[in-house]
Ligand binder design. Structure first.
Ligand SMILES: *Cc1c(COP(=O)(O)O)cnc(C)c1O
Length: 421
């Protein structure tokens, strides 16, 4: 459930008409709902209420300061994957003890900054990374808390570009080698192993891969404890999918995911961490765009929008589906027709949907891409010197621009000429 609903034929974001925001901000733009963000975070928090836990929002999904602050105020921790995200989380007021640092390629500089600023744990993804973190910690006279991200070799049955838990993926250390790696950690004075980490992929629509992974993590917890390691925290990653297409069978609910965690790992006496990103932000955001032209081709009509692949790359990159709806609700009984929905960028890949059934639309009409809150704005670029589009946050009757559209001068002035020109 989200808070982008029609009222009297007009699409609203909570209590604000989307068309009103478009008139003030200009199109295209991203629009987020505080109520939806809050609700989704709370679903996870409630799902784990029977266990000691921390929900660490995977902020790569949508990392605007206002979104982070909204979630941090609810008690969220953050899962960061870069020094930049760490800095963003701290700037939004998240204390270091609520930040976990994930990612396959942490640099020594990033490690040092996180250790100096405060960090809950590093999720380590390789043996060279262990050695590097040990050196950095020793040079600072501190001990770094770590988990090892184990790769459980389960098939997450998701899109190949977002599956991470098979042995052929670049992520984590094979679970079969875990005991050796933890033994190595015990020998490194700059590190303390405090738990285990696993994250098997994104947009999972089935709990079975989670069950397999969690059972393996449970067995590993027992084995590592028998080896003398004080395993007290289990980070189970993120990845729960969202419904991108209305009317399709919905993915599992956070509540059932929480039950599965309790069932498979609840008896370990560990603090549970989860790192949901997409499910928190995905349906809490839409992208609003305006039809520039309707072009009739041979045998097909094109809706040419002012939004493009640089603003929302998921269709081009993952063949992702987004429901696209008119901001003025279609009249009951009106006949839908197929459109190819495209942006103005000079690439055939700049196609959002082919032969999508829509009510008849005209130049100037507004449309909304649903489920665009996660991996939307954060993946946008200024390709074709199209300014990064604004982000707007709604809260009840209020809305605010939370990232303004840069001017052309601001974009151009980021470049600097070398002295010989
Ligand atoms: C991307 C990522 C997540 C979040 O995945 P979602 O599918 O957005 O829930 C969590 N943990 C790690 C380590 C990630 O890389």
């Amino acid at each position: 459930m989200d808070h982008f609903l029609y009222r009297d034929g007009a699409l609203y974001a909570e209590d604000v008409p989307v068309a009103e925001i478009a008139a003030e901000v200009g199109t295209p733009f991203y629009l987020y709902s505080t109520a939806t963000l809050t609700r989704h975070f709370q679903l996870f928090d409630d799902a784990l209420s029977g266990l000691p836990h921390l929900v660490c929002y995977a902020m790569k999904a949508a990392s605007n300061q206002a979104i982070l602050r909204t979630l941090a105020d609810l008690g969220a921790g953050m899962d960061v994957v870069s020094g930049g995200e760490y800095a963003r989380a701290r700037a939004a007021g998240v204390p270091g003890e609520r930040i976990v640092f994930s990612g396959v390629g942490k640099t020594r500089v990033e490690m040092r900054e996180a250790l100096a600023g405060g960090i809950r744990q590093f999720n380590i993804e390789s043996e060279p990374e262990l050695e590097a973190l040990n050196e950095v910690a020793l040079s600072m006279g501190v001990v770094a808390p770590v988990t090892v991200r184990v790769n459980p070799d389960v098939d997450a049955r998701t899109h190949a570009k977002i599956a991470t838990g098979k042995s052929e993926n670049k992520f984590g250390i094979p679970i079969s080698r875990a005991r050796e790696v933890y033994a190595r950690i015990a020998a490194l004075p700059g590190l303390e192993a405090i738990g285990i980490d696993v994250h098997i992929g994104s947009q999972l629509t089935d709990l079975e891969p989670y069950r397999q992974a969690f059972e393996k993590v449970g067995d590993l917890t027992d084995a590592l404890r028998a080896d003398g390691h004080d395993i007290r925290r289990l980070d189970l990653g993120g990845g729960l999918g969202i419904p991108y297409t209305r009317g399709n069978e919905p993915p599992p609910l956070p509540m059932d995911y929480g039950k599965l965690i309790a069932e498979t790992l609840g008896d370990k006496g560990c603090e549970i961490e989860i790192e949901p990103g997409r499910l928190v932000a995905g349906n809490a955001g839409i992208m609003v765009s305006r039809v520039i032209y309707v072009k009739s081709g041979e045998g097909r009509d094109f809706l040419i929008l002012d939004g493009a692949m640089n603003d929302l790359i998921r269709p081009a990159m993952y063949e992702a589906h987004h429901d696209i709806v008119p901001v003025v609700e279609a009249e009951a009984g009106i006949e839908y027709r197929p459109y190819d929905i495209v942006g103005p960028v000079c690439e055939s890949g700049d196609t959002f949907a082919r032969q999508r059934m829509m009510p008849p639309l005209e130049a100037g009409d507004l449309v909304a891409f649903r489920s665009a809150g996660a991996y939307g704005a954060v993946m946008s670029s200024e390709y074709n010197t199209r300014p990064l589009i604004p982000e707007v946050l709604v809260n009840g009757h209020q809305f605010a621009v939370i990232r303004p559209r840069p001017s052309f001068d601001e974009i151009i002035n980021r470049d600097t000429l070398p002295p010989w020109l």
